[in-house]
Unconditional design. Structure first.
Length: 107
């Protein structure tokens, strides 16, 4: 097994060298929790990307599987929402055809 000790490590691009399948139960649990709190748009991909940006971006040392699971389960809803809002602001679509249509409906 490539990850015999189940270690995860950031590479230069800030991506994890870990089999995400091992983390799926924790990721799904976090998504379910966020949905119970009213964040219906929560997805596994968004939770993963949020953690990559918010918790694991600056961390260069190896992490064990249990540390990654802890990071996932301890992600606060407020941190997740801050990530989602920031992501949406980066991808504003107000000047696309769809965005202009939405603006017209508002005014």
């Amino acid at each position: 097994m490539k990850y015999m000790h189940m270690l995860a490590k950031h590479d230069k691009m800030g991506e994890m060298n870990v089999d995400r399948k091992q983390l799926m139960p924790a990721l799904q649990s976090k998504v379910d929790e966020l949905k119970l709190l009213g964040y219906e748009q929560a997805t596994i991909e968004d939770v993963w990307n949020c953690l990559m940006v918010k918790k694991w971006k600056k961390n260069k040392e190896e992490k064990r599987l249990f540390e990654l699971v802890n990071d996932i389960l301890s992600l606060r809803a407020s941190d997740y929402m801050a990530y989602v809002v920031q992501k949406e602001q980066k991808h504003d679509h107000w000047f696309t055809e769809e965005g202009l249509s939405e603006l017209e409906q508002l005014f």
